[in-house]
Ligand binder design. Structure first.
Ligand SMILES: *[C@@H]1O[C@H](CO)[C@@H](O)[C@H](O)[C@H]1NC(C)=O
Ligand SMILES: *[C@@H]1O[C@H](CO)[C@@H](O)[C@H](O)[C@H]1NC(C)=O
Ligand SMILES: *[C@@H]1O[C@H](CO)[C@@H](O)[C@H](O)[C@H]1NC(C)=O
Length: 317
């Protein structure tokens, strides 16, 4: 059994390692096809001490049936050193294609390795990458660009109301769309799939993404803290100004002065003297405190306000 296995391994590896006249054909040629992008791949041919190149050709329905079974070389995949070839541009119809690859090294060339019957209708369709964001009153849905072969089919609904879903289709080269019919502050869910018209097939749906449509304008929300600060500063400034005006108003309209001495007959001369000095100190203080600007304001208030309030002046007992 073990000998059998070893013999098989050596036998199957031998063509790859043989040097000299014989160059083996590439093995395991396969097409990886996802979302209408087709990539032909194969296993490398190993030739110790020497570089190996590869060339790829294809044959569609037309070449097979009407052009004498001819093959067409793919220019970008002739004499390449990598083991893959993008055949998306060549597999341009939804028909069966034959593909072949051969290895070459110097003047040597291998036999063709052939893959028969690739049809792009078998491509694997995977759901599109999608981002959903709230954009004011709308939802903005963005997709990765997959090429002109695809349309994006969008389904969205208010969370909890799947039975009343909206549909939207995105065609051409656009990959972003605003969804309407949003109620402010409500959570909406979105899913999408792609449709390839050329093969009349859909992918499955992407994962559902739910986002809450915002209440009001986003700019307003970001500026609220700034407005608060401005408001507080304004209120404090107004309070300070009001206080200052009150103080000046008090000096102007109701000066902290006593009645003229002549009216204070009941008081003793000693008391009168004491009172006078006290008063002088007080007026000294007020002269020091008032700046020129305040004095202007002071006189203005006196002229305008105090005249109106004349009857409130202290009455003579
Ligand atoms: C290569 O193809 C052979 C049959 O031709 C298969 O047995 C083997 O598993 C394949 N290897 C890989 C890596 O696909
Ligand atoms: C088709 O190929 C054969 C040989 O493979 C050749 O004799 C014949 O002339 C070709 N016909 C056309 C139309 O190219
Ligand atoms: C591989 O191809 C390049 C041109 O694409 C050529 O210059 C080079 O000599 C080739 N190598 C071999 C080993 O055939």
């Amino acid at each position: 059994m073990a000998i059998c296995f070893c013999a098989f391994t050596v036998f199957s590896l031998m063509p790859l390692l043989v040097s000299g006249a014989f160059l083996p054909a590439p093995l395991n040629i396969t097409v990886l096809s996802t979302n209408m992008k087709h990539l032909l791949i194969w296993r490398p041919v190993l030739k110790p001490g020497e570089a190996v190149n590869y060339s790829v050709e294809f044959q569609g329905e037309y070449e097979r049936d009407y052009a004498n079974d001819s093959w067409i070389a793919i220019g970008e995949c002739t004499d390449i050193s990598v083991t893959q070839c993008d055949i998306t541009g060549d597999v341009a119809a939804t028909v069966s294609y034959n593909l072949r690859v051969r290895a070459s090294s110097g003047s040597q060339a291998s036999q063709w390795a052939i893959l028969n019957g690739f049809n792009r209708v078998t491509t694997t369709l995977i759901p599109p990458m999608m981002t959903v964001t709230a954009d004011g009153y709308h939802l903005l849905v963005e997709f990765e660009y997959l090429g002109l072969a695809f349309e994006y089919w969008i389904v969205y609904w208010r969370k909890g109301k799947e039975h009343k879903a909206y549909h939207k289709t995105l065609k051409g080269s656009s990959t972003a769309v605003h969804l309407e019919n949003m109620e402010a502050g409500m959570e909406y869910c979105v899913k999408a799939r792609i449709y390839a018209e050329a093969i009349n097939r859909y992918s499955s749906f992407s994962k559902v993404q739910c986002v809450t449509a915002r209440v009001g304008n986003t700019i307003w929300i970001t500026l609220v803290p700034l407005f608060l600060v401005i408001f507080v500063v304004a209120v404090m400034t107004l309070l300070l100004i009001a206080r200052k005006i009150c103080q000046i108003c008090q000096y102007s309209c109701f000066p902290n002065e006593s009645l003229p001495n002549i009216l204070k007959l009941s008081e003793s001369p000693a008391k009168m003297f004491h009172h006078q000095t006290e008063e002088m100190e007080k007026s000294d203080e007020s002269v020091h405190v008032l700046s020129s600007a305040e004095l202007l304001l002071h006189s203005w208030i006196q002229e305008t306000l105090c005249e109106m309030k004349a009857p409130v002046l202290p009455s003579i007992p």
